[in-house]
Write a protein that binds this ligand. Structure first.
Ligand code: IPM
Ligand code: MG
Length: 352
């Protein structure tokens, strides 16, 4: 097939890890006879340096016409002053909103070969395979904001439609997996959560009575994710809870550097990014873990291009590289850590 892929490497370690994901995508294309058109554009702090805008119009236009977007990371210390009106992070938030990418799939999978990289006990981690679906274009991230010298506010709003589409996606995915859906909210305190829960109850009763449903408060979910992670199958939750819980959940596989994500809307166009940030402290040194970026490229093949065989081949190659002991510094290697490029090469060498 032919596909047009937008490359938005962004800031910090974004370009380094994206380069390895692109090498893998090219290899998949060559091996399976696909033709990719790859176009790169600036986003985030580097785009602000050049244009003053975190999401220049040309970058947005590219993202809107491509079949899929491979995204690196965003954010830089030189733009972290809280007094700033324009910030790099607005680049990714605008992209999600402009492209209608309302659902963020964040798989949390523990890889057998690196169980020891996690701060948690290996016996807790075996078999962990969670699909967190984070609502991505609503809630407190996108509500009205106010600020005076003495007061500030962020409004959290959810509509029935916004909740319904997340529930349906979560329930459909649960049916293809272990048929369990956990809905995370704070319905004991927040009105948006009470709306969320009532929509979940209705949609599940009317449309998915066969899927096992449970509700969990977000504080309890934060605890149970560490106490009994293998009990979770599909988790649905609102924007900010999902942001926080998935960083927490990344400690199950052992590193943010193993956690990929797919941001999807109602069509097939999606944005694929590792959930880690720009990690300015290690940027430019060639030591960042590229596996999450490569696994994000696999999600791109699966969800935007419907290339399941190719997606699985790439995921299997990452697992094989981990099995062979190729570990970047974040994965606590016994000997010399693999560089970003070496880890990418290890995946390439194992691609069937
Ligand atoms: C994420 C990030 C972003 C978010 C930031 C960079 C705006 O933390 O994708 O999880 O909060 O959504
Ligand atoms: Mg986050």
């Amino acid at each position: 097939m032919k596909a047009h892929i937008a490359l938005l490497p962004g800031d910090g370690i974004g370009p380094e890890v994206t380069a390895e994901a692109v090498r893998c995508l090219k290899a998949v294309g060559a091996r399976y006879g696909h033709e990719w058109r790859l176009d790169e554009a600036p986003v985030g702090a580097i785009a602000m340096d050049a244009t003053g805008m975190p999401l220049p119009p040309a970058t947005l236009a590219l993202a809107k016409t491509a079949d899929a977007i491979l995204f690196g990371a965003i954010g830089a210390p030189r733009y972290s002053d809280p007094a700033l009106k324009v910030r790099p992070e607005q680049g990714i938030l605008q992209l999600r909103q402009e492209l209608g990418l309302f659902a963020n799939l964040r798989p949390v999978v523990c890889f057998e070969a690196v169980l020891d990289a996690s701060p948690l006990k290996p016996e807790l981690l075996r078999g962990v395979d969670i699909m967190v679906i984070r609502e991505l274009t609503g809630g407190i991230y996108f509500g009205a904001k106010t600020r005076t010298a003495t007061e500030a506010s962020d409004l959290c709003v959810y509509t029935v439609t916004e909740v319904e589409r997340i529930v349906r996606l979560g329930a459909r995915l649960a049916r293809q997996r272990r048929n369990r859906l956990t809905s995370v909210d704070k319905a004991n305190v927040l009105e948006t959560s009470r709306l969320w829960r009532s929509v979940v109850l209705r949609v599940m009763k009317d449309e998915f009575p066969d899927v096992v449903l449970e509700h969990m408060y977000v504080d309890a979910a934060a605890m149970h994710l560490l106490r009994r992670p293998s009990d979770f199958d599909v988790v649905i939750t609102e924007n900010m809870f999902g942001d926080i819980l998935t960083d927490e959940a990344s400690m199950l596989p052992g590193s943010l550097g193993l956690c990929a994500s797919a941001s999807l809307g109602s069509g097939t166009r999606g944005l694929y990014e590792p959930i880690h940030g720009s990690a300015p402290d290690i940027a430019g040194r060639g030591i960042a873990n590229p596996y999450a970026a490569i696994l994000s490229a696999a999600l791109l093949l699966r969800h935007s291009l419907a290339l399941e065989t190719e997606a699985r081949a790439l995921e299997a190659a990452v697992v094989a590289a981990l099995d062979a002991g190729v570990r970047t510094a974040d994965l606590k290697p016994a000997g010399r850590p693999a560089s970003t490029h070496e880890a990418g090469a290890a995946v390439l060498a194992r691609l069937r």
